[in-house]
Design a protein around this ligand. Structure first.
Ligand code: CP
Length: 338
């Protein structure tokens, strides 16, 4: 029996019950199978329904997978940037989402990084302001704290490749990049989502690029509740050891705003050996999969051989953005058929 998810927001996977996440992943799998059929035609579960999508930052995967996804469900995407709205005129986020709720059936927003001067967690606070005003489901398309739809796609990908999530050894690791621009939203959402699904989560990073302690505490609580282990290590090899899934990526500490970019960069430059190359991969299980949400700094975070190698599932992850988001939209935006 699927949960009734009509009207539910997705700001973070932590605000969804495990069974609710599983329902959305089941629908995502169903829609993916439909999409793969040669006689595929668009679904009519969201016919006549609009999704308003507001981007403070650029995007390849998120924008195009949401846009294609709502179309494939019979609905319509409205793509907006802040300068096209009356925000500069002083209209609040709360009023904006309240008004757009009168015109459509969902409101999605991406806001992080330079758009909020790296002032963590200002991006999340802005998403919450839109959420307060909205009378339709709010979707967080990435803020400085969370990237829930990346994690939904990642959960779907791991279920496909390993047939389960529970009890798998899942390692999310810091990886070096010469710029200090990537937020911690993917590792945050990964440790929340995979701990909730019962994986054994290992978080690997150098000293100085810690995640938000509140998120780490929440992930540890998930592990206690759902039966997995949760470990933090400060050595990449140790993190990769015996892993079924490795997910090495760059992130900046949540302190970058107060430290300043130059001070943050000094910490990262001391950790250039945190790279997923073939030698590092050999610490994981032979059949381990390599994940990255993209875009990546190739040659820094991971070598070309690893990114394009037989263990890599990066393009499946990118594809599953489409299917996972369709699963959530179909269940929450009040459509028919699920
Ligand atoms: N992974 C991801 O969110 O990609 P985009 O920034 O291209 O949307």
């Amino acid at each position: 029996m699927k949960s009734d998810l009509r009207g539910k927001d997705m700001v973070t996977v932590q605000e969804w019950e495990k069974e609710e996440l599983e329902s959305a992943l089941d629908v995502a799998d169903h829609l993916k199978r439909e999409w793969a059929r040669e006689e595929w035609q668009h679904h009519d579960s969201l016919t006549g329904r609009s999704l308003f999508m507001l981007f403070y930052n650029t995007s390849t995967r998120t924008r195009n997978s949401f846009e294609a996804g709502i179309n494939q469900l019979g609905g319509y995407p409205h793509i907006m940037t802040p300068d096209q709205l009356q925000l500069e005129h002083g209209e609040s986020a709360r009023a904006t989402s309240k008004i757009l709720s009168r015109y459509g059936h969902g409101f999605a927003v991406r806001v992080l990084g330079a758009a909020v001067d790296f002032e963590y967690p200002k991006g999340t606070e802005i998403v919450r302001e839109y959420q307060e005003g909205a009378d339709v489901p709010i979707f967080n398309m990435q803020c400085d704290k969370y990237h829930p739809f990346q994690t939904m796609a990642d959960l779907q990908t791991v279920r496909e490749k390993k047939n389960r999530i529970e009890d798998l050894n899942f390692t999310i690791s810091y990886a070096y990049a010469p710029e200090v621009r990537r937020p911690a939203s993917v590792p945050h959402s990964s440790i929340l989502g995979f701990s909730k699904m019962g994986a054994n989560v290992t978080l690997a990073h150098p000293e100085g690029v810690e995640l938000d302690p509140d998120i780490v505490d929440a992930a540890e609580d998930n592990s206690d509740k759902y039966g997995g282990d949760f470990d933090i290590v400060h050595d990449m090899e140790e993190g990769f050891e015996d892993a079924d899934v490795v997910y090495p990526k760059h992130w900046v500490s949540t302190k970058v705003g107060e430290r300043g970019v130059e001070a943050e960069k000094e910490i990262h430059d001391q950790n250039q050996h945190w790279i997923a190359d073939e030698e590092m991969m050999s610490n994981a299980k032979d059949d381990a999969i390599y994940m990255h949400p993209l875009p990546a700094k190739r040659g820094y975070e991971a070598t070309e051989e690893v990114m394009e190698g037989p263990q890599s599932v990066i393009y499946d992850q990118a594809e599953n953005r489409l299917h996972a988001q369709k699963g959530v939209m179909a269940l929450t935006m009040g459509g028919r058929g699920f």
